[in-house]
Design a protein around this ligand. Structure first.
Ligand SMILES: C=Cc1ccc(O)cc1
Length: 170
């Protein structure tokens, strides 16, 4: 991915990054109000989501904010600075996700009812807030509405496989 300036160049972006706490995430800016993501490692490693609605804006040249609230009650705010291969993310987990992360480790699209029932059944407060910087180690524009970018569950060794395939094709 070349250096980018405007929102239209951010749409379609696919990133892999590692937060400073060690959590590895994958993120696809599917279109102007939709994201897909996969969580490779961390508290909710194994979770993946398609078609999450989000607010996506340009803050200034090359700086983009993406934020949304999830069916679990988790709120997320991400600031991407792709030209510097970095981001800052804040995840606001409800108390119940911190205490029962395994309930959310799934392909969420198939379990929206479970997420909604859990957020009523369990406690929300105090929230568990995770503010972290992260380093982007892979970035590519895959075009908008590309269903192939995030299309299967994360598994051990997936990132290494993706990176080796990328090297083979470059
Ligand atoms: C909870 C979802 C989520 C997705 C991407 C990211 O970087 C942080 C949180």
């Amino acid at each position: 991915m070349k250096d980018i300036k405007d929102l239209n160049e951010f749409l379609g972006a696919h990133f892999l990054y590692t937060y400073d706490n060690g959590w590895k995430y994958e993120f696809y800016v599917k279109n102007k109000n939709t994201v897909d993501y996969r969580i490779h490692t961390g508290m909710v490693g194994g979770r993946w989501v398609k078609d999450q609605k989000a607010d996506i804006v340009k803050i200034t040249d090359g700086v983009f904010k993406v934020c949304w609230t999830e069916p679990t009650g988790t709120d997320v705010s991400l600031d991407f600075v792709p030209n510097e291969n970095k981001l800052h993310g804040v995840i606001f987990f409800p108390k119940w996700v911190h205490e029962h992360p395994e309930i959310t480790v799934c392909f969420q699209n198939d379990f929206i009812d479970v997420m909604e029932a859990s957020r009523v059944k369990y406690e929300t407060y105090p929230k568990y807030v995770v503010p972290e910087f992260g380093k982007i180690f892979y970035k590519k524009n895959e075009g908008i509405n590309n269903e192939k970018v995030i299309s299967e569950a994360p598994y051990e060794g997936m990132i290494e496989k993706m990176m080796s395939q990328e090297l083979a094709f470059s």
